[in-house]
Design a protein around this ligand. Sequence first.
Ligand code: URA
Length: 308
Amino acid sequence: MSLDLDKRQRAMLREMGVRLWQPPAPAADQVAPEVATNKIAAGAHAERAKARLDAESAPARHAPAAPAALPSARAVPAPAATRPAPGLQPSATGVDRMDWPALQAAVAGCRACALCESRQNTVFGIGPAAAEGAAPQVDWLIVGEAPGENEDLAGEPFVGQAGKLLDNMLLATGLQRGSDASVPRAGLSTSLFITNVLKCRPPANRNPDPAEVAQCEPYLKRQVELLQPKMILALGKFAAQSLLQDSVPEVQKIPLGKLRGQVHRYLGVPVVVSYHPAYLLRSQSDKAKAWDDLCLAMSVAPTVVRSA
Ligand code: URA
């Protein structure tokens, strides 16, 4: 099988440092007739991705988008369920038995650590529409670190500069971030859920504190159990450490680069580690490595487009 790439597209991908990836031919009995494997890194996706990647500047981690594009904190009232009230409360019990709506409500009302005092919104995650009461059905789960300023205001992960880069990289693999309201573009799959280790923003975008990670961990674990993704992409060291702490000895001491390039496991689900997109904004030269990571992720769980 060959990819439909013309000379110009191949040259463009070469220039990006992008290795071509081709989905393995699925066994005939594994592919429903209405399911077509997507052409990866080919044509329009990769071209759009490149155009937008090139347009990226290199702001620091969680760097806010241009102020004009941002609503002010006052202009976006926090939903009543997540508006901070004084005082902390013990973490929710029974998280490991919650269904999706109960888990969403538990996160929205969480007051188990001090981050609830400074947040505008909790950030549960974003994915395609799901049947009432059920978790969305997704192939990929992407786990970042924690909401930044934009995400805190929007209540959605990865909506700032790093998020734009992530979206562009995903487009190149044939994936589009989904939401209840979004209409999938032709040829793209929305079969992914995006979330973070922490569901609340650390003030001033400081690193997550180990105690905060520990408080939030049951939420991520339950999200994985309910989503049952075919593959988890861990972006950055906090996601990698959080997901691999039980399977990789002394994972905190291992540089992120050494965790890349292999398939780990979390609750039996394959985990691929890659750079955080905010880091990639500052280290353009590692974008090609991040593309390699996406190729590995796609070989573990090919992105498929379900025709309408
Ligand atoms: N960085 C993250 O890790 N997550 C976000 O949601 C935004 C920036």
